[in-house]
Ligand binder design. Structure first.
Ligand code: UDP
Length: 240
């Protein structure tokens, strides 16, 4: 598919989005910018956009192939993807298999605990408010999502976890937690949108415990790009 960029729609922290000549399709560009702590910490790393484009295309394509609907259609070059046009639900859905990050800071629970089952949380997508944790009742009462949409998002997020945990396990990587966004297509279908990449997931090497994700940037662990490259190397290498 060879679509031309149409009207510029939106610039986020890590991506830009354009309309296209096809009403039902958007074009996404993955940027080299990296942000953390609600954009208080920023950097640009040459090659990060291309890596996340490749990783995200692979993972979203994998989910499509396993029956989880996503907005992803095609990666067209190093930085660009064609996706279904969606209206984004203003909630971030976070799934955690192991405790870390904001969960430990907020609740004072121990780090690196394996949870007996996956924990699913909703956050309001609002930079000015720092993406606060919200309850399902908040989402319902303020009209951010319907009961049916919340239920579908939870079911799909758990399915994504099952599929990606198994996939990463084969590559010697533990899927610690991740964030999903959802969008409504023109046909009214709720699909996984945005990206799935080391910017939006935590990946730990199974044998060394090395952090292979944005925590390298958040915590100044060094060689951020090397970690992203390693994720892509393992995903794009034939399984053993
Ligand atoms: N996450 C994300 N975008 C956000 C917040 C979180 O992609 O705006 C991801 C993050 O990379 C991690 C998971 O969601 O994989 C849980 O993040 P957490 O709430 O622990 O946030 P943090 O510690 O980064 O503040």
């Amino acid at each position: 598919m060879d679509l031309k960029k149409g009207e510029f729609l939106y610039e986020g922290k890590a991506k830009k989005i354009w309309a296209s000549e096809n009403k039902g399709r958007y074009i996404i560009e993955y940027k080299d910018d990296l942000t953390a702590f609600n954009a208080e910490k920023k950097a640009t790393m040459e090659g990060k956009g291309a890596l996340n484009n490749a990783i995200s295309a692979y993972l979203l394509g994998y989910l499509n192939s396993k029956g989880v609907p996503t907005h992803f259609l095609e990666a067209v070059d190093e930085r660009h993807q064609i996706v279904k046009a969606v209206k984004i639900v203003p909630l971030e859905v976070v799934l955690r298999n192991i405790t870390t990050g904001s969960l430990c800071r907020r609740l004072g629970v121990e780090e690196s605990l394996q949870l007996p089952r996956p924990l699913v949380e909703f956050y309001l997508k609002d930079d000015a408010l720092g993406d606060p944790l919200v309850t399902e009742d908040h989402a319902l009462l303020f009209g951010w999502a319907t009961r049916e949409e919340l239920d579908t998002m939870k079911v799909l997020t758990l399915k994504v976890n099952d599929l990606l945990r198994e996939l990463f396990e084969k590559h010697g990587i533990v899927l610690v937690d991740f964030k999903l966004e959802f969008g409504r297509t023109e046909e009214g279908e709720l699909v996984v949108a945005d990206e799935i990449s080391p910017d939006t997931c935590r990946f730990w090497d199974r044998s060394t415990g090395d952090r292979l994700d944005k925590d390298r940037f958040r915590k100044d662990l060094g060689d951020v790009l090397g970690a992203y490259r390693e994720i892509w190397r393992r995903l794009s290498t034939e399984e053993a």
